[in-house]
Design a protein around this ligand. Sequence first.
Ligand code: ATP
Ligand code: MG
Ligand code: ZN
Length: 387
Amino acid sequence: MSYLVLARKLRPKRFQDLIGQDHIWMTLKNAIKSDRVAHAFLFTGPRGTGKTSCARILTKAINCISLVEGEPCGECENCVEINQGISTDVIEIDAASNRGIEHIRELRDSVKFSPAKCQYKTYIIDEVHMLTTESFNALLKTLEEPPAHVKFILATTDQHKVPATVKSRCQRFDFANISLEAMTEYLKKVVKEEALNISDSALTMIAKSSAGGLRDALTAMDMLISFSGETVDDEKVFELLGLIDVREIDQLLKEVIAKNVAGVIEHFNRFVANGHSITQFVTDLMRALKDLSLVATIPLEKLNWLGLLPDQITLYKELSSRVTTSTLQQLFDIAVEIEMQVKKSNQAQICAEMGLIRMCSIESLEGVAEIISVLRDSSSQKKNPLN
Ligand SMILES: Nc1ncnc2c1ncn2[C@@H]1O[C@H](COP(=O)(O)OP(=O)(O)OP(=O)(O)O)[C@@H](O)[C@H]1O
Ligand SMILES: [Mg+2]
Ligand SMILES: [Zn+2]
């Protein structure tokens, strides 16, 4: 059998398989159980968070012959055909490549005909924001009052581009980014079920680098497996996900705290030489300073959601014992200044370097506070010579 990428092999088949979207599928299941299913839905949210999967599950659920607790059985004729993508009653339209009015006219004509086997004829329109204004207008009437045997499920990653007239005719569900913790848990399960050998910290790295999209995480895993086989070592993950530079920033931060200008500039140059923009550098530096400040103030066991890697935890703990939170705040303020200068100036690299040099030369605020308190003490002693 030909190889199926993980993201397709693992496409959720039941509502409860959808990770991190409980608020959506619980509502849909209740609607199905109480027979109050709307005629048009709009699924919005970032890419790879389950919109198309949920549209297909919903389609199965409204047509399933032996529904189990609001979930499609997966075994009846309708479920099987929809799963295989061969049901003639489910029409999936990619609006990105069918934007024109002629496609919507065709759709309007076909809506009249009854479904062949299923109870409902379901139109799933993906990337619906890509339709032209003319197409949207042509769709409105049908969307508002389709024949009783028709359901519409529209999906989009860009809900701002969907006209209000369309939105107001649909029941809307906003898909959320999947949290780092939920995603890492899920990836652990996948590793176990697929008999792979990938460490937990590598999974954290994968989850973190996919920023809330589960498809991206599974695609990254596929890439790593095809590169290294079933055992994926952490160094490969670092390399392939472009995370080498996370280390570069961490090492740069270490040198800033040690006030070692030469070391700081060396790491900065290496980061830039790896092909990153100065803007990216400042963003990463700000994020590292923020993470370090969190480690300095909040107990580690409450910081699981931050997704720090084991090496980072060791380093940040060590660094946070060497600086105060107000020094970190000062460093962050300088990073903000660098960011503003970088945006305005044509000499972004020079501005960044000067900012880094300044970071290495700040005096700890505690020092200043101490001086002020000493001055205060001495001036009050002068006023009260008897003390
Ligand atoms: N919430 C989720 N729970 C479980 N798996 C998911 C989830 N979201 C995405 N996936 C995985 O990613 C794959 C793609 O998901 P899906 O096609 O549903 O995303 P989408 O939101 O429609 O993305 P796009 O906006 O890019 O079309 C699924 O086959 C599944 O493997
Ligand atoms: Mg989709
Ligand atoms: Zn079924």
